[in-house]
Structure formats: structure tokens, C-alpha cells
Ligand binder design. Sequence first.
Ligand SMILES: Cc1cc2nc3c(=O)[nH]c(=O)nc-3n(C[C@H](O)[C@H](O)[C@H](O)COP(=O)(O)OP(=O)(O)OC[C@H]3O[C@@H](n4cnc5c(N)ncnc54)[C@H](O)[C@@H]3O)c2cc1C
Length: 368
Amino acid sequence: MAFNSKDTAAFKGVWVFCEQRDGVILGTGYQLLSEGRKLADDLGVELCGVLLGSGVNEQFAKALGGYGADKVYVCDHPLLKDYTTDAYTKVLCDLVEEYKPEIFLIGATNIGRDLGPRVAARLHTGLTADCTHLDIDVEKYKAFLKTTSTIDVDNTKFEDSKNLKMTRPAFGGHLMATIVCPDYRPQMSTVRPGVMQTAPYNEETAARTQLVKIDVQLSESDIHVDLIEIKKSAKKLVDLIGADVVVAVGRGISANPKRGIEIAEELANVLGGVVGASRAVVDAGLISQDHQVGQTGKTVHPKIYVALGISGAIQHLAGMQDSEVIISVNKNASAPIFDASTYGIVGDLFKVGPMLTEAIAKYKAAKA
Ligand SMILES: Cc1cc2nc3c(=O)[nH]c(=O)nc-3n(C[C@H](O)[C@H](O)[C@H](O)COP(=O)(O)OP(=O)(O)OC[C@H]3O[C@@H](n4cnc5c(N)ncnc54)[C@H](O)[C@@H]3O)c2cc1C
């Protein structure tokens, strides 16, 4: 029978596209599996990973189970070695048409932002791009709204359905919008890298994971572009998302930006971390965009986040407020960043920053 995305009852299960590059699975895949596990449990269905590539390493595929996948669909074909929109779209659409998942999550990476909408359009279903929060359970969704919105949740009527509630920033980040796709399946969403937290790896579930090898139907004639060369960026981008410690600078460094960034680098070095920044610093051209933390930058969950001369605008907080420990240095005692901080130091970052570096270096030397 022809595939019909309107036949919602025919669809079951939660899928996660686990993107790999050069055979290495990106962290977004693990984050989405960890989140997908919760959604699948709320629905009482299976969670499946989908892995496309050439010469796929079965150990890597099996490891996806350690983050929650009950099953992994492995699509191995020479033409899937490097990403092309045509090949990946065809293989994913064939898979969805055969197995019919009700939810399909894709990381909002460069590849995911290209692939997700193409797959959704071809399957004739909806996709919510760049999501930062997902819910199935209405009570959990209400609890989320209570902590993050001004909605009078207790006096608002909510439809009690098992549709996926996909929340994302809208209108340039001034509003959060929750979008549902009630009439078509799969319900598709691209999710911002770094927003969902990776669950601890579980060896027992990894051992139980079932690998399903797909007989991929793909030929040169399915691909309408010639991949001539892949040029990797020569510049190494800062790994904010994977860092345990982020030392971020804000407009407070304006009096001497070069020294301000140096101070952050010195503190980051002694703590084994990396340097982040507020958008004000990025917009002023003082540091490159890959350092930006916040709603239009990266979302980080480090063990320690140090904010030097950052006021704590809501768009900045959106990217770092889940850090385990937040230490802020600001010369304005009423800066909003202090409300979100574990420790606050009222003072000049040009003085306090080097003092912190020196004290930590001394402490480490004494312990060594
Ligand atoms: C749609 C939209 C998206 C946005 N996305 C982002 C985003 O992703 N990330 C982001 O960061 N912002 C974002 N913003 C911008 C955000 O609203 C703020 O403008 C920005 O975060 C302010 O950066 P800041 O804290 O560095 O600067 P300011 O708000 O100017 O704060 C500077 C702070 O430094 C302190 N200070 C000054 N000198 C010193 C000193 N010597 N020592 C110590 N403290 C000092 C001041 O007291 C002040 O609190 C966005 C805005 C919009 C509208």
C-alpha cells in the first residue's frame, strides 16, 4: 500500500538520526538518544537509532544502545560515505516509509538543517526546526511552562494528547513557541546541538541493542550532484559544548579587550577549560562567533562557568544557566547575572581575573 503520512495510527516508535562524520558519531546523536529515551518511555514504545555511512563500525552502532536505543538501523553503502542531500534523503525516506516511526529527531547541525526539511517535505509531514525542548506528557509540559513562562498554567486548558510538543525560540528569540503536528506522521524536529543532556553510558543496554542491517537501495543515478572535494576548515573551532570549564567574557572587557581576553585565556588554561563570550563581544568583532554562548550561540552545561563582565541578559542565560557551578565577576552589584550565580564577586575583572588564576595555580602547585 502507498505510504500515507496522514494515517497517524499506522506509525509507532521514536527515531533518532545519529550523524557521523569520518566514521565518528557526533555528540548530538547521543544527546538526542538520551532525550528520545524519555519520550519513548512516555509513549511506551521503542527507541531506534538510525546510522548511515560506508563501512559502519558495528561497535559504534551497538554503543548507541548505551544511550538508550533499543534498536539501531544500520544503512551501510559506499555512496553514503560522505553526506549528500540526495542520497541521505532517499535512504531515510525509504526507511521511514517501510518502518513508520511516529517521531523522528535530527540534530540541528549543518547537515541536519539541510537533511531534515528535505526528508519532511518528501514524506509530506511537518518539521519544527531548531527546537530547544520536547515533551510528550502533558503534566511534564505544564511543569516546564511553570518554570519557564509567564502562562497561568493552572488556569489554562491543555489538550490531553500524546502529540509531541516541540518548543523553540520564535520572533527573534523574544517568544518561545510550542508547535504540534497532530495530523501527519512522523512528527519531525531538528534539535539544537548541546541543548539536551547526554545520559550516562549504560553497558547493559548497549549489550542488548539489536542491530538491523538494511539492504540499501541506492545508485549513482539517485544523486544529482558530484562531490568533487571536501575542504575542511583550517581553523580549529572552540569546543564549547564538550568543555568541562568555560570562562566567558562580556562587554566588561571593553576598556582593554585584548587584555580582557588574555585574562580569560589564562584562567581557562589553569582550569583546563575554554574561552566563551557574550554576543556583545562577538558583535564587536573582538572574538569569533564560535565562542558565543546563548540563545543565538551555543548552549553549554559545563561543570564550571565563569562569567567575566557579563550582565546576564536572558538571551545569554538561556545558553549557560544549567551549568553546575556559575562564578560571576561584575563591578555592578545588581547585575542580573548574580541571581543565576553560585558564587558572585563584585569587582573589576581586570583585577579579580588574574587573582583567581594566581590562586588556582598556587593551589594546584601545592597539591602536586
Ligand atoms: C534575539 C536576540 C538574541 C540574542 N542572543 C544572544 C546570545 O546568544 N548570547 C548573548 O550573550 N547575548 C545575546 N543577545 C544579546 C543580549 O540581549 C545582551 O545584549 C548581551 O548578552 C549583553 O552582553 P554583555 O553581558 O557582555 O554586555 P552588557 O549587557 O553591556 O554587560 C556588560 C557587563 O559588564 C560589567 N562590567 C563593565 N566593566 C567591568 C569590569 N571592568 N569588571 C567587571 N564587570 C564589568 C557591567 O557592569 C555589565 O554588567 C541576544 C539578543 C537578542 C535580541
